[in-house]
Design a protein around this ligand. Structure first.
Ligand SMILES: [Zn+2]
Length: 261
């Protein structure tokens, strides 16, 4: 992916591999354990599903069933899933774009998994620890992640970490409303690189995003000088692969874009 991003003309200051943050992630789990926040969850997917409550993200809400199974400093010896007990309070939260992300994450989605069954630290905790370690003060990301923000802020508060500001932007979708992403096998980077130069592709994307009137060749660096968030379309946009051409169709009918990828 770094290769594709570099080809496209995106630049970065530093590459930090999440796997190298292991020690810091474990230290965060130690802190949560010391605060009595970690518990062992034995619930199967089907048990959680049987509870029958859908979250706003389309997934099944975890009903915090196992909260009594508190694990302490010996969390490393626990096999299986470990969750963190969040406060049951509502978090008032809005991102820079004005998107209201207020939520009671403990009940809206359920206490988050912080260590997965396979022993890996789960996304919500990893991203919170990494952002703090790297001194990230501003997070810009797709709207598909928006509903996780309250959970992440709740974890930041438990860990006493600073809260970055957030902004969530539109998504490019394919017409079946799944995300237009390599992840879904919709359009691969290799396919696009075979058809377009980086400047041409950047032009197509810039026009679809609202940053330029026509799909004229450009680069991220060129777009920077005239960049303003007010130019960026709010509604999710549909792109279609016609033959080898990536064609911008227009705005998606409703701006959901929050289904989990
Ligand atoms: Zn459970």
């Amino acid at each position: 992916m770094q290769g594709d991003l570099g080809w496209f003309g995106l630049e970065w200051d530093e590459v930090v591999l999440q796997s190298r943050q292991d020690e810091r992630h474990r230290a965060a789990l130690d802190r949560l354990a010391a605060a009595g926040r970690l518990y062992r969850c034995d619930c199967s997917r089907s048990k959680i599903k049987a509870h029958g409550v859908r979250g706003a993200d389309g997934g099944w809400v975890y009903p915090n069933t196992c909260r009594a199974q508190v694990v302490g400093g010996d969390w490393r010896s626990v096999t299986g899933v470990i969750r963190a007990r969040l406060d049951d309070a509502r978090l008032a939260l809005a991102d820079e774009s004005g998107l209201d992300l207020s939520q009671t994450p403990a009940t809206a989605l359920g206490d988050p998994v912080v260590r997965r069954r396979d022993g890996a630290v789960a996304y919500n905790l990893a991203v919170v620890v990494d952002d703090a370690d790297l001194g990230v003060t501003r997070v810009v990301r797709g709207r598909d992640i928006a509903l996780s923000t309250a959970t992440q802020v709740a974890l930041q508060r438990l860990l006493g970490l600073p809260q970055p500001s957030y902004r969530h932007h539109l998504l490019f979708l394919e017409e079946n409303r799944a995300k237009l992403a390599k992840l879904h096998g919709a359009v691969g980077a290799r396919q696009l690189r075979a058809r377009y130069s980086a400047a041409e592709l950047c032009g197509v994307i810039a026009a679809a995003a609202g940053l330029s009137e026509h799909a004229t060749a450009t680069s991220p660096r060129e777009l920077l000088s005239g960049f303003a968030w007010r130019k960026v379309r709010v509604a999710d946009q549909i792109l279609r692969l016609t033959g080898t051409d990536l064609v911008w169709v227009g705005a998606a009918a409703s701006a959901t874009g929050v289904e989990r990828g």
